[in-house]
Design a protein around this ligand. Structure first.
Ligand code: DGJ
Length: 726
C-alpha cells in the first residue's frame, strides 16, 4: 500500500520502496508537510512553526502557527506566507488576490487521475494516488491536490485541479504544480545549463539565502536551462548522501524555484517549487470551469546523486516513454550532416543501399524533401514533396528505399513556417504575432500559432495527405526556434495570457494525432539537437537527438549532463564527421562516445573507403552485443568530466549483475598519465567475471574495490571493459 490515509489524525502517508512522505493538517485546516526522506518506522514528523517577529499569524491560532515559517504543502498568496507561492489567484469581482485554502477531505485513488491535454506518467498496478481537496471558503473555489506514488521508482508526482465554483471569473496568476518545504538549508543545487550545441552542462553551486531559479521564457524547455535539477547535501557524492531530484512533465516555458529562508535561530527552510510560473502563463477560469496543472515529479535518496538518477531513469522508462516499436533500436543512417539540403530520390536510394550493406537498419531522410525547401529560408509549412527531387512521389520512392533492405524515417518540423512559403502567404495570421509588433525571425522562420485549432488541423490534413499510403517507420520531429511576440489570433484579448500554454497544448495534440496515425512508427524528438530534452517530449518520443554537436570533445559533457535526469535509452548519439571517421583511432573514439545511448551514423558514407565502412559494420554488430545494457541497464557515473579535466567514465549493469559495461573516455591528452580508481560498486561480490574484451578474469570483490585506469598522453583516448559472469 503506498497511500495511507488516517482520517482520525488527519495524517497522510505516501510510501515508495525506499522513501516516505508524510502530510499533516494543522487545526484540521492547513495541510502541512511533516516528513520526506528515507522510509522508517517512526519518521520524525513534526510541525515547523517558529515566530521571529514580523511574521503574521491568524487570530484564532496565535503565534503557535506562523504560515511563513511552517512547512506548507501548497502555499498560496496573501495569507501570511511571504515566500514564493504555488498558487496566486485573482478574483475577477473583487480584484483581490488573497486566498485561503483549507482542508476539506481526502481520498485514495487506485492508479492516477489523468490530466487533460498534457502528457503525464502512465500508472501501473502499483500506482496509487492521494487526493487532498481544499476549499477557499470566500470564493468557493475548490483545489484538489494530487500525489501519485510510483513505488518502484521512488518517485512521487504532484499536480492539481482548480475548480471555480464561484460566480466570479478567477484568474490564475501563478501556477506551480509541486511545492516541497524542506526544514533545512545549506543545500547545493545541481543544474544543467547550456546553449544550442552545448546542452546540459553540469553545474553544482551552493544555494544562497533568498531565491534562485531555473527557467525558460522561450516557449520550449530549452537548451539554456533544463527543468531537471537536484538539491543535494554539501557532502553528497554520486554514491552517498542525501539528494532530491525534481522534474516537470512539460515542454514549454517553466519555472523551478528554490527559496532558502532567512535565519530562524537554528530553524531553516528550503522551499522548492516546480511549475508553469507566472511570466509566461496566466489562465482565466470562468465560473464552473476547471484547470488542471501539468505534472511535476520528485524523488529522494540517501544514496547519492547516482541513485536519484537511477530512480529517474526507471521512472521514465516505465511510466513515460512510449512502448518500443521495434525489438531492436534502429541504427539509423541520417542524411543531414552528409548532404544538408542537397538530397533527392536517387541519392537517398543510393544512401539506403549503403546503410543496408553495412547492417544499419534505417535511412532517415532529413530536411530538404518538401516544398521549396532547398535552403533554410523557404518552404517550411508547405508539406508536399518537392517534385523536382522526388518526381515519382514519396510512395514509390519509399518502396524503393525499403527494397534495399532498410526501414524509412523522415524529418518534419510542424510548428514552423518560412515567410517564403505558400502557407505563410495564404495565412499570415497563423503565426504568433502581437498586434502592432513585427514578428522576429530566427533561421528565417516564424512560429505557427499552435493555439489555433485551424493551424493544428491544417498540419494534420497536410501530413495525412503527403504521407497517405507511404510506409513510414520513424519521424524526426524538429523545432528550430523559440517563441516571441506570443499572441494567438484564435483567442480573445482577455485570454492572451494563455497563448503560450495553449500553444504547447496544440503541439501535444499534434503529437498524439501522429502517434495514433502511425502507432508502429518511432518518433525521434529534436529541437536543434536537445532543445526540448524533457519529460513532455519523452511521452511521445522514444529518443531525442541529444545535440547538434557531434564533436566528442563537447558531446561527453552534453551526454554526461543528460544522464542525471534522463535514461541513456533516450539519448540519441551519432557517429559523424567524414574526415575524423577516416582516422581509425578517431572513428573508434567517436563510436565509443556514441555508445552512451542508442547509436546512429550521420555522414556521407558514399565517400568512404570500404575498409572504413567495414569497421562501421563491425561497430553495428558490437553495439548489438551491448544494446540491452545500454538501453535497459542501471547506469552509474564514475568520473564527471566537468570535475576531472574532460575524463568521463561510467558503467551499465544489468538486473542480475551478470554483465557490466564500463567505459572510460578522455578528450584531452594527459602528459601526467593520471591513475583513476574506478569502483564498480554494483558488481556481484560473490562472482567471478571475465572481461570479454581482454579475456582477463576479475572477481566481483575486486571490481567493487576498484580497477585502475590510467589516462593517456594522446587526445581522444578510451578504454572499455565488458565484464561478464563466468
Ligand atoms: C536541426 C537539427 O538538429 C538537425 O539535426 C537537422 O535536422 C536540421 N535541423 C535540419 O534542418
Amino acid at each position: 500500500m503506498s497511500v495511507i490515509i488516517n482520517k482520525k489524525d488527519l495524517r497522510f502517508t505516501l510510501k515508495t520502496d525506499n522513501t516516505m512522505y508524510v502530510i499533516g493538517v494543522r487545526y484540521g485546516k492547513f495541510p502541512v508537510h511533516l516528513y520526506y526522506g528515507k522510509k522508517m518506522k517512526n519518521p520524525p514528523v513534526d510541525y515547523h512553526s517558529v515566530s521571529r517577529g514580523f511574521e503574521a499569524y491568524y487570530e484564532e491560532y496565535g503565534e503557535e502557527f506562523i504560515p511563513d515559517s511552517e512547512t506548507m504543502e501548497f502555499p498560496f498568496f496573501g495569507s501570511g506566507d511571504y515566500r514564493a507561492v504555488a498558487l496566486k489567484l485573482r478574483n475577477g469581482k473583487t480584484g483581490g488576490d488573497t486566498t485561503l485554502f483549507t482542508y476539506k477531505n481526502a481520498k485514495k485513488i487506485k492508479g492516477r487521475v489523468d490530466i487533460p491535454g498534457v502528457p503525464c506518467a502512465d500508472a501501473d498496478e502499483n500506482t496509487e494516488t492521494l487526493e487532498l481537496a481544499l476549499v477557499d471558503e470566500f470564493s468557493n473555489c475548490e483545489l484538489k491536490l494530487y500525489y501519485t506514488v510510483f513505488p518502484e521508482s521512488d518517485v512521487i508526482s504532484r499536480y492539481f485541479v482548480l475548480e471555480n465554483n464561484s460566480d466570479s471569473e478567477m484568474s490564475i496568476e501563478k501556477c506551480m504544480s509541486l511545492s516541497l518545504d524542506i526544514p533545512k538549508a545549506d543545500f547545493d543545487m545541481v543544474s544543467f545549463y547550456g546553449a544550442h550545441c552545448r546542452e546540459r552542462k553540469f553545474q553544482r553551486q551552493a544555494t544562497i539565502r533568498g531565491m534562485q531559479s531555473l527557467y525558460s521564457r522561450r516557449g520550449a524547455s530549452s537548451h539554456q536551462l533544463n527543468p531537471f535539477m537536484m538539491l543535494v547535501d554539501k557532502k553528497t557524492t554520486e554514491e552517498k548522501g542525501e539528494a532530491y531530484g525534481f522534474n516537470f512533465c512539460y515542454s514549454g516555458s517553466f519555472l523551478d524555484e528554490v527559496e532558502v529562508s532567512y535565519y530562524y535561530g537554528g530553524v531553516e527552510r528550503t522551499r522548492v517549487l516546480v511549475g508553469l510560473g507566472q511570466e509566461c502563463f496566466k489562465w482565466l477560469l470562468k465560473p464552473g470551469e476547471k484547470f488542471a496543472s501539468p505534472e511535476a515529479i520528485v524523488s529522494y535518496s540517501d544514496k547519492g546523486m547516482g541513485q536519484v538518477s537511477r530512480n529517474m531513469h526507471r521512472f521514465i522508462r516505465k511510466h513515460i516513454l512510449p512502448k518500443e516499436p521495434y525489438a531492436n533500436r534502429p541504427i539509423v543512417l541520417n542524411s543531414w550532416e552528409a548532404f544538408y539540403f542537397d538530397i533527392d530520390a536517387k541519392l537517398m536510394v543510393a544512401f539506403a543501399k549503403e546503410a543496408a550493406k553495412y547492417d544499419m537498419d534505417m535511412l532517415v531522410m532529413d530536411d530538404g524533401w518538401f516544398g521549396a525547401r532547398i535552403t533554410d529560408n523557404a518552404g517550411l509549412g508547405d508539406w508536399y514533396e518537392n517534385k523536382d527531387r522526388f518526381p515519382e512521389g514519396l510512395k514509390p520512392f519509399v518502396e524503393e528505399v525499403k527494397a534495399q533492405g532498410v526501414k524509412f524515417g523522415i524529418w518534419i518540423e510542424p510548428e514552423m513556417v518560412n515567410p517564403d512559403s505558400y502557407l505563410y502567404r495564404a495565412h499570415p495570421d497563423w503565426i504568433l504575432q502581437t498586434p502592432g509588433y513585427k514578428p522576429l525571425l530566427w533561421r528565417s522562420q516564424y512560429v505557427l500559432d499552435m493555439a489555433n485549432p485551424e493551424v493544428v488541423q491544417y498540419l494534420k490534413d497536410s501530413f495525412a495527405k503527403v504521407f497517405k499510403d507511404v510506409s513510414i517507420d520513424y519521424f524526426k520531429w524538429d523545432m528550430n526556434r523559440h517563441l516571441t511576440t506570443v499572441y494567438s489570433n484564435a483567442l480573445p484579448p482577455e485570454r492572451q495570457g494563455e497563448a503560450s500554454y495553449r500553444h504547447i497544448l496544440g503541439v501535444y495534440e499534434l503529437f498524439r494525432w501522429l502517434r495514433e496515425q502511425y502507432p508502429n512508427a518511432m518518433i525521434e524528438n529534436c529541437s536543434g539537437g536537445g532543445g526540448r530534452y524533457d519529460l513532455g517530449m519523452m511521452k511521445y518520443s522514444t529518443q531525442i537527438w541529444t545535440s547538434d554537436n557531434t564533436d566528442p570533445k563537447y558531446r561527453t559533457y552534453i551526454q554526461h549532463g543528460s544522464t542525471f535526469g534522463y535514461p541513456t535509452a533516450t539519448m540519441s548519439c551519432h557517429v559523424a564527421h567524414v574526415e575524423d571517421c577516416r582516422n581509425p583511432r578517431f572513428l573508434d573514439y567517436r563510436f565509443r562516445v556514441a555508445m552512451n545511448g542508442p547509436i546512429g551514423y550521420e555522414l556521407d558514407v558514399l565517400q568512404l573507403e570500404d575498409s572504413i565502412k567495414n569497421t562501421m559494420k563491425k561497430q553495428v554488430a558490437e553495439f548489438r552485443c551491448y544494446e540491452n545494457l545500454i538501453l535497459r541497464g542501471d547506469f552509474y557515473r564514475l568520473l564527471n568530466p566537468v570535475e576531472n579535466g574532460s575524463r568521463y567514465a561510467y558503467y551499465f549493469v544489468n538486473e542480475d549483475k551478470s554483465q557490466i559495461l564500463l567505459t572510460y573516455l578522455q578528450n584531452e591528452g594527459d602528459p601526467k598519465r593520471t591513475k583513476f580508481k574506478l569502483k564498480v560498486s554494483a558488481a556481484d561480490k560473490n562472482s567471478v567475471y571475465i572481461d570479454r574484451l581482454s579475456d582477463k578474469k576479475i572477481t566481483g570483490a575486486e571490481l567493487r574495490a576498484g580497477i585502475v585506469v590510467e589516462s593517456d598522453t594522446e587526445e581522444q583516448y578510451s578504454k572499455m571493459f565488458w565484464f561478464c559472469k563466468e
